[in-house]
Design a protein around this ligand. Structure first.
Ligand code: SF4
Ligand code: SF4
Length: 57
């Protein structure tokens, strides 16, 4: 299972992308998404997000 970003909560701060050890979080036009194929489900990003916008799906 991979982690996902709830876009309704995300404020596009970018902290999660910087925290990911495998650079699985991508930003395009200000929208952050997690590449499910690259994600290791380590949970680091979820702990970093100030909005609690990231959870395991
Ligand atoms: S759970 Fe880990 S590997 Fe997956 S996107 Fe978050 S920090 Fe990256
Ligand atoms: S850390 Fe949270 S609020 Fe910031 S870009 Fe990532 S998902 Fe969005």
């Amino acid at each position: 299972m991979a982690y996902e970003i709830d876009q309704s909560k995300c404020i596009q701060c970018g902290d999660c992308a910087e925290s990911c050890p495998v650079e699985a979080i991508l930003e395009e036009d200000g929208k952050y998404t997690i590449d499910a194929d690259a994600c290791l489900s380590c949970g680091v990003c979820a702990g970093t997000c100030p909005q609690e916008a990231i959870s395991e799906e």
